[in-house]
Design a protein around this ligand. Structure first.
Ligand code: HEC
Length: 113
């Protein structure tokens, strides 16, 4: 869901279309970011077939920091869309993508994107 939303937002960023149409998907992304800690609750550690590295549950502090970065980036993105601020939107889109990557690099078995 995050990938699909992000792809759509990337095309919104380059299009002439008003950012208002991105308001709903960005809000969804920000909400999902708020739910991330629940998705990686302690009882999900070592679940079969997971790509999540053990560090998720072993280095909770850093993982929580990556989640916080991501929540801040997606919240800024939603704000920028709501206020139709294209410059802020593009900045926040870049930091959102960087936040996906930063977390995957340290916490996901296939740090592809
Ligand atoms: C705070 C850490 C964190 C952030 C931020 C994060 N991810 Fe992930 N992501 C993970 C982890 C850990 C996994 C492995 C989950 C698993 O296999 O159980 C994962 C898995 C994925 C997968 C594979 C899903 C699957 O079903 O196999 C995709 C696609 C993905 N992330 C995309 C994104 C995108 C796009 C963003 C940003 C919009 C993002 N992620 C942000 C930690 C993060």
């Amino acid at each position: 869901m995050s990938v699909f939303t992000l792809a759509r937002l990337s095309s919104t960023a380059t299009a002439e279309a008003p950012l208002a149409q991105a308001a709903l998907p960005t809000k969804g992304l920000a909400r999902f970011a708020q739910a991330l800690p629940t998705l990686f609750a302690p009882e999900t550690a070592g679940i079969e077939g997971t790509e999540a590295l053990p560090a998720v549950w072993q280095d909770e502090e850093t993982f929580a920091a990556r989640i916080a970065d991501y929540q801040a980036a997606t919240a800024a993105l939603a704000d920028a869309a709501r206020s139709d601020n294209r410059e802020a939107f593009n900045t926040a889109l870049a930091s959102t993508k960087a936040a996906c990557q930063a977390c995957h690099n340290a916490f996901r078995a296939k740090p592809s994107g």
